[in-house]
Design a protein around this ligand. Structure first.
Ligand SMILES: [Zn+2]
Length: 319
């Protein structure tokens, strides 16, 4: 089946120059290649938060109200704690670009396959045409699609790294997200690298690309099976939210599955499930804590400790 061939979508996913130029992630996140000093996570966080179209993450203003504890907290303090509330440890949204700066060593991220760009194979339209939506999302988020992939260092350990961004069409997986991930996994396999994928994908498989999106689930999973057979170490990190076809494919296939505290993780949403089975759902259903208790995830890791915990796991597994 074509979907298992990791390069089957590449021709479809790559377009000519009718999209905005690729965002130079290397220069935004700092690049090892040219020795430029890296921008700090804090500075990137500030820059992302200051984008005028920004609707997620830490709201504007000197003080802000935390959705977790309703307290008024000093915005700068939240940003300095990697967008975590100082009072209740509520984890605010962070963009993929910020996440690179938080988890990878400064200036080490080298993006891969940024030339793969989404197209509109179905001529799909809901409230607005998909082609227009893509251009708008690219402009708004500074990303070319919902995932960043590449290589970098985590406390001086070289890794293959990916992060999805829930701000880009809910972090959903279309052809480009699937193809970039499959190629990253194949790169990790041939280069014998530990693989870290951080998921912030509330949208699951991207409906705007129909069955082509569903095929990505099989394609990435097949690549991960080959990676697994070759003895690779895959650490999957689930953040709020990780749902649908993303949760049902690569995000659940980690040798180790970490999750941020209180993240929403599941397949269908709680309302859908409740309406389908007609019973009350247990308290805390689909949260990290509930899923840890039920064996779906291995460990809850607060954002401040994520980098060192990943490094520790890599060492522990001898990778
Ligand atoms: Zn709070």
């Amino acid at each position: 089946m074509a979907s298992v061939d990791s390069h089957s979508e590449s021709a479809r996913a790559t377009t000519s120059g009718d999209h905005p130029p690729a965002v130079d992630v290397a220069s935004r996140g700092g690049s090892a290649a040219n020795g430029t000093p890296s921008v700090t996570a804090e500075a990137i966080g500030e820059a992302v938060l200051n984008q005028p179209q920004k609707k997620r993450g830490v709201p504007e203003g000197l003080w802000l109200k935390c959705p977790g504890c309703n307290a008024s907290v000093y915005r700068k303090e939240v940003i300095s704690r990697l967008n975590v509330c100082p009072k209740c440890d509520y984890h605010f949204y962070v963009s993929a670009i910020e996440r690179v700066a938080q988890v990878l060593d400064d200036g080490t991220f080298e993006p891969m396959n940024e030339h793969l760009r989404p197209t509109d194979p179905l001529g799909f339209s809901d409230r607005r045409p998909y082609a227009q939506r893509l251009v708008a999302e690219q402009k708004r988020t500074g990303l070319t699609d919902a995932v960043l992939t590449g290589t970098g260092m985590i406390r001086a350990r070289r890794v293959a790294f990916a992060v999805t961004d829930s701000a880009f069409i809910m972090g959903s997986m279309g052809s480009v997200v699937g193809e970039r991930l499959a190629r990253l996994v194949e790169h990790a396999t041939t280069q014998n690298l530990a693989l870290i994928i951080i998921s912030g994908s509330g949208g699951g498989a991207r409906m705007h690309e129909g069955i082509l999106s569903l095929m990505q689930m099989a394609k990435v999973s097949a690549a991960l099976a080959r990676y697994h057979a070759a003895g690779g170490l895959f650490i999957s990190v689930l953040t709020n939210p990780t749902m649908g076809g993303v949760a049902a494919s690569f995000a659940s296939l980690g040798d180790l599955v970490f999750a941020e505290p209180k993240a929403l993780i599941g397949f269908a949403g709680p309302r859908t499930i409740k309406a389908t089975i007609g019973i009350e759902l247990p308290e805390g259903f689909q949260t990290s804590e509930f899923l840890l208790e039920h064996g779906y995830i291995d460990r809850i890791v607060a954002r401040q400790h994520l980098k060192s915990e990943i490094a520790r796991a890599i060492d522990y597994c001898g990778k």
